[in-house]
Design a protein around this ligand. Structure first.
Ligand code: ADP
Ligand code: MG
Length: 260
């Protein structure tokens, strides 16, 4: 496995059992995601996109096959081990936003940090920083129903970043938004990718949304049927990604030098 691979699915099968009926949602899926990549997964309804995201996001285990996260095989872990990993390493964004309606924007963002035993004042500090990042610093005490759909999704993006995960998984993040609001949400997702070097895997059935990704994978009947390159992303000058990329180049130079 390449050292810059963050997620790898190897011949992954997921067969749901509905009484006597078996529904094969994934049929030998192979997928590799590199650190800092922005990948879109497209495909018709029922092709297994959400099931694949559940596998990548440690929400479920495969019927067969292996899943590696940062080189560690996670395909047979217990639910409590999976919960631990996803709490630290993965941020989720859903089509329905999935914010808690009784909590304010700030409290929604603080919540994932509560499970990581981060002290209250730090949770608040970080949540305010993240709300400012998605340009909602003036909506701290608003509840979800006091925010527009686009604003709710921006709170959800901030929440996904709360524990500073390596990977952000977004399942139809613009599916419930009009195209203009969806465009704004995409700009924020790209900002997280470009400035914070997050690895992003995003499901969409909208080709205009998929256009934002660096790679587009097409899923049909539980397998990848085609892959195409998208736009090359320019990372911001001061982003952590740039530092990482520079460091990697230096490492390679050193190695090259030694070989000579
Ligand atoms: P997509 O996200 O591409 O629309 P899904 O991954 O949700 O597709 O579903 C893939 C297939 O698996 C579908 O045929 C769906 O009906 C089935 N499926 C998904 N989740 C379950 C489940 N929990 N139990 C049984 N069948 C399921
Ligand atoms: Mg789905």
């Amino acid at each position: 496995m390449r050292s810059d691979t963050i997620i790898r699915l190897e011949n992954v099968w997921k067969v749901y059992r509905m009484g006597a009926v078996e529904v094969p949602a994934l049929r030998g899926l192979d997928l590799e995601i590199k650190k800092g990549e922005f990948v879109a997964v497209m495909g018709p309804s029922g092709s297994g996109k959400s099931t694949a995201m559940n596998m990548i996001g440690c929400l479920d285990i495969p019927t067969k096959g292996r899943i590696f996260l940062e080189g560690k095989d996670i395909s047979h872990l217990s639910e409590s081990d999976l919960a631990q990993i996803r709490g630290k390493k993965i941020g989720f964004i859903f089509q329905q936003f999935n914010l808690i309606s009784t909590l304010t924007a700030l409290e929604n963002i603080m919540l994932p940090m509560t499970f990581q035993n981060i002290p209250g004042y730090k949770r608040k500090e970080k949540a305010i920083e993240l709300l400012n990042l998605v340009e909602l610093g003036d909506r701290i005490t608003h509840k979800p129903n006091e925010l527009s759909g686009g604003q709710q999704q921006r709170v959800a993006i901030a929440r996904a970043l709360a524990n500073d995960p390596e990977v952000i998984l977004a399942d139809e993040p613009t599916g419930n938004l009009d195209s203009k609001t969806g465009g704004i949400v995409m700009e924020f997702l790209k900002k997280m990718h470009n400035t914070q070097c997050k690895t992003i895997v995003m499901v969409t059935h909208d080709p205009n949304v998929a256009e934002h990704a660096e790679r587009v994978e097409l899923l049909r009947d539980g397998v990848i049927v085609s892959t195409r390159k998208g736009k090359k992303h320019e990372h911001d000058e001061n982003s952590t990604c740039k530092v990482r990329i520079k460091k990697k180049n230096n490492d390679q130079k050193t190695k090259g030098g030694l070989r000579k």
